[in-house]
Design a protein around this ligand. Structure first.
Ligand code: CO
Length: 144
């Protein structure tokens, strides 16, 4: 079902600061900073070889990411796996007894369709499924 790790999500209190930190390693290739209303976050994707890093920063105090930061501090927040057909993937996980946070896909970063699986049913890791736009296998990056 999983084609590859699509990205690794890191929760940060300040995307600008996070980019500054990562930028010390060299020039960064970035996607656009996007506000993802349905998750109450802003996010930016950073190219890092074959697996991008997604920085997510909460917009307010009541998003899942805000609660994560309060409880655990900054750090790895989720691992996202790419699937070809997210509706079929959700159906499979549901039928196998996984606890879904999203019963239906939501809009994610870069016109993707995403859904989250509860960490309690997935090895303690918040798990995201990502279906990218047809024919695209990376998130959109702005040309530098
Ligand atoms: Co993500």
């Amino acid at each position: 079902m999983f084609e590859t790790v699509d990205h690794i999500g890191i929760a940060t209190a300040d995307i600008g600061q996070a980019l500054e930190t990562l930028g010390k390693t060299g020039p960064l290739t970035l996607g656009k900073e996007e506000v993802i209303e349905s998750f109450g976050v802003k996010a930016v994707m950073v190219s890092a070889g074959s697996v991008p890093i997604e920085f997510v920063e909460p917009l307010g105090d009541d998003s899942g990411v805000a609660k994560f930061l309060k409880k655990r501090g900054e750090g790895v927040h989720h691992i996202a796996y790419r699937v070809a057909d997210i509706d079929a993937a959700l159906e499979t996980l549901r039928s196998q007894g996984f606890r879904l946070i999203d019963e239906k896909p939501r809009e994610g970063y870069g016109r993707s369709r995403v859904a989250f699986v509860h960490p309690k049913s997935f090895l303690g890791v918040l798990t995201e499924l990502v279906e990218r736009e047809l024919g695209k296998d990376v998130p959109p990056y702005d040309p530098a």
